[in-house]
Design a protein. Structure first.
Length: 667
């Protein structure tokens, strides 16, 4: 038992230096402890849900909404103005920033997390690995020295052997990470990784590490107090990833025995003790096919996936963080930690998962979150999804007596939830959760990439198009009263031409049927539809749920017919915006047709690899756009010459902004 660290100042008011669902989640536990709660918000987020949840709120002033949440000075000032004695950083933003922890300490504010020294010791991958090796935590062969020249790195890479991974020393989340399978590619990949690491973390230093194919990503949750007590709360499996970003997490990890759990947990606790860790943290490991585990990194904060650990242990991690921060000892020993059932979390994000995970921002037309048995949903859905922040919209966490029950509950909850107005990865998540490899728990960090290569984006079929057509006509005719669908010669016949962006337009023929119904013909298909309510339709006598919302409307006659500018429909697993086909532009903005490339998202130009006049080959990277904390590479669609480069590094772009024009050269 080490000597107790100095007790923090007592506090009865907590400021949450974050936004979105994690701010709301921290505020809930703080209120349960009787703390006065203070939210902070950027200028553009005055009406955000987390602001309404707090007792008080303070606006942060900065050059942008994103910069507001990254301003140490503004947040410390907000603590002073509000009388907050403590600040909880959530995750992301300043949560692993040692300078922020020191600024809080200097101002007499309790930082709910580890000390600045612990953050510095473990937040850098190279330093953390050196500490892990010193205390006997298994590590992979690698290099994290100060000599970063291409010659030195090439020599170290040859010593380590292929395949290997390049990683940013100062951060994680997949930024600055590259796989190397050939030494001939090493210099190019090192340069790309260093540039990305510099842009993301302000530090271009890299480390090299042996690549373990077929490995799983398994992490251990630890809790420590300032009296030298530390326990682990078991493991989470985070192997379902894309671009090194976690998508689905679960606890316990399938196939991990009690003996292996004890060994990994003991290693994680030993590492926490080595730096005098205080609070909640996560030690991440690679688990190879032989059952051996190897240290990866430490996250010195609360994890997005902490809810699955809470579900199987019954321990409120935020409550524990707050109790430890105000000087209480841990109320449990390792023998007190018990596990019950299985929990799986899925991250619902605003992105097009079937088109390179391009992030989407914009207005939310409507949302519906399922209220399901043993399923917890953390979200902060408001009116808009800002392109300045992470694309995470909601976390769905399902708990069951066993893994299959948790999986089925999660599938059902996602299936019954809907967000209209922005693209989401819901369909992709459902593919993941239903995939044979996931059902069988046959997982490694590459399984999703391999499985998803065969998946295709859902598309509107004739039945979906018929439902959309009937709803469109129904909304158009609402102003005409009970006889709207009938004329002196009998049932009214109508035709509509509609489209979903990215799909071919369709024509539908509609004839009024009794009981506010329609006979709808789309191509050779004929359906009898009746709109039963705002949430359901009957298709050939089969009642099915829908989720529909209108975006704007235009007056088309003196008889008050209202035609939606756009109608959002979620039905049978497919959600999209429907528009009048006549309003389609002759050329869809933002496409990469021919040699002209336009932005498909809001974001910032992070890097440019070409100049005007350069000759390029199809598939060659031209530039990258940073959006929602991810970097997206834009490649040449054809062979040719760069005729125009319309952007510069640092420029902000929006959908349809011209990026590059390439002229094909004669053969």
């Amino acid at each position: 038992m080490t000597q107790p660290a100095p007790l923090p100042r007592a506090f009865d008011a907590l400021l949450v230096a974050n936004r979105g669902e994690i701010a709301r989640r921290v505020l809930r536990s703080a209120r349960l402890l009787g703390l006065r709660t203070i939210a902070v918000h950027a200028q553009g987020e005055r009406d955000a849900p987390h602001v309404a949840d707090a007792d008080e709120a303070i606006e942060l002033h900065a050059d942008s909404d994103l910069a507001a949440y990254l301003s140490i000075e503004a947040i410390v000032d907000a603590c002073r103005r509000s009388g907050a004695g403590a600040v909880h950083p959530g995750y992301g933003f300043l949560s692993e920033n040692a300078a922020f922890a020191r600024a809080c300490e200097a101002a007499g504010i309790v930082f709910v997390g580890p000390s600045a020294d612990a953050i510095e010791a473990l937040g850098n991958k190279a330093r953390a690995k050196a500490i892990a090796q010193r205390v006997g935590v298994p590590c992979l062969p690698g290099y994290g020295g100060d000599e970063q020249s291409a010659t030195a790195m090439a020599a170290e890479a040859e010593r380590i052997g292929l395949p290997l991974m390049i990683k940013a020393a100062a951060g994680g989340g997949g930024r600055g990470m590259r796989r190397v399978d050939s030494l001939a590619d090493l210099e190019r990949l090192l340069a790309a990784a260093a540039a990305e690491a510099q842009a993301a973390f302000g530090d271009a230093r890299l480390l090299l590490e042996r690549r373990v194919d077929g490995a799983r990503h398994v992490e251990i949750q630890v809790l420590a107090d300032r009296f030298g007590n530390c326990v682990h709360l078991g493991e989470r499996d985070c192997s379902t990833q894309r671009r090194h970003q976690k998508l689905v997490e679960e606890a316990p990890a399938p196939g991990v025995s009690a003996r292996l759990r004890e060994a990994m947990g003991e290693a994680a606790v030993r590492l926490a003790h080595a730096v005098g860790y205080v609070g909640a943290g996560t030690v991440e490991f690679l688990l190879d096919r032989d059952g051996d585990f190897h240290f990866l990194e430490v996250n010195t904060r609360l994890q997005v996936e902490h809810r699955v650990t809470e579900a199987v242990t019954g321990i409120d991690l935020v409550e524990m963080q707050l109790r430890v921060a105000r000087g209480e000892p841990l109320p449990l020993a390792q023998a007190d930690v018990r596990f019950a059932g299985h929990a799986i979390e899925a991250r619902l994000c605003a992105e097009d998962a079937f088109a390179g995970f391009v992030p989407h921002g914009g207005s939310i037309a409507a949302s519906r979150i399922a209220q399901a048995e043993a399923v917890l949903v953390d979200h902060a859905l408001g009116a808009r999804v800002s392109p300045q922040f992470d694309s995470l919209l909601a976390k769905f966490v399902a708990h069951g007596r066993d893994r299959e029950e948790a999986r089925l509950r999660l599938v059902s909850a996602l299936d019954d939830s809907s967000i209209l107005g922005v693209a989401t990865n819901r369909a992709f998540l459902l593919e993941c959760l239903r995939a044979p490899s996931f059902v069988a728990a046959d997982l490694d960090v590459d399984w999703l990439v391999e499985a998803a290569s065969a998946w295709r984006a859902p598309a509107p079929d004739a039945r979906w198009q018929a439902v959309a057509s009937a709803l469109w006509m129904h909304r158009t005719m609402r102003g005409h009263g009970p006889l709207a669908n009938w004329s002196s010669s009998g049932p009214r016949r109508s035709q509509v031409a509609l489209a979903v962006e990215g799909s071919a337009p369709w024509n539908a023929r509609l004839e009024a049927a009794p009981d506010d119904g329609f006979a709808v013909c789309v191509g050779p298909h004929r359906f009898l539809l009746r709109i039963e309510s705002a949430e359901s339709v009957s298709i050939d006598g089969h009642r099915q749920p829908i989720h529909v919302a209108l975006e704007g409307a235009s007056l088309v006659s003196s008889r008050t017919s209202l035609v939606p500018c756009r109608m959002w429909l979620d039905h049978a697993g497919f959600a999209a915006g429907v528009i009048d086909a006549a309003s389609l532009p002759s050329r869809r903005a933002g496409s990469g047709t021919g040699g002209e490339l336009r932005a498909r998202m809001h974001g910032r130009i992070a890097s440019i690899a070409v100049a005007e006049g350069h000759r390029v080959n199809a598939g060659q990277p031209l530039l990258s756009i940073e959006a929602m904390k991810m970097e997206h590479v834009v490649s040449a669609p054809i062979d040719g010459r760069v005729a125009a480069l319309a952007v510069s590094v640092g420029a902000q772009v929006s959908p349809a902004t011209l990026l590059v024009r390439i002229e094909a050269e004669a053969a």
